[in-house]
Design a protein around this ligand. Structure first.
Ligand SMILES: [Zn+2]
Length: 98
């Protein structure tokens, strides 16, 4: 299983969105158990989502302020940068999972 589609699914799960077809929470958890790269990715994505929630609360629900905060957060490279080069990391030194 490649990491890129799993990371997309991890982001979706953190955002409360539906998982892409063919991926289940169990599959994600099993991959995370064997892939340090994706564990790091999820940890960063989770931290980001917490910061977004906190920023939203801090801004008191003012849409313009929230949007400004989100714009700053989004500039960080959390999601996979694309499919072309997405398989370069996450597969080194690990026992093959799956
Ligand atoms: Zn992975």
């Amino acid at each position: 299983m490649h990491c890129a589609p799993l990371r997309t699914a991890l982001s979706a799960r953190l955002d409360g969105e539906e998982l892409p077809p063919g991926l289940t929470p169990r599959l994600l958890d099993e991959h995370l158990a064997g892939c340090a790269g994706c564990r790091r990715f999820e940890a960063r994505a989770r931290a980001l989502s917490v910061r977004v929630a906190h920023a939203s609360a801090t801004a008191g629900g003012d849409p313009a302020t929230v949007e400004a905060l989100l714009a700053g957060l989004r500039s960080r490279p959390v999601r996979p940068g694309g499919t072309a080069r997405g398989h370069q990391e996450g597969n080194t030194g690990e026992a093959a999972a799956g």
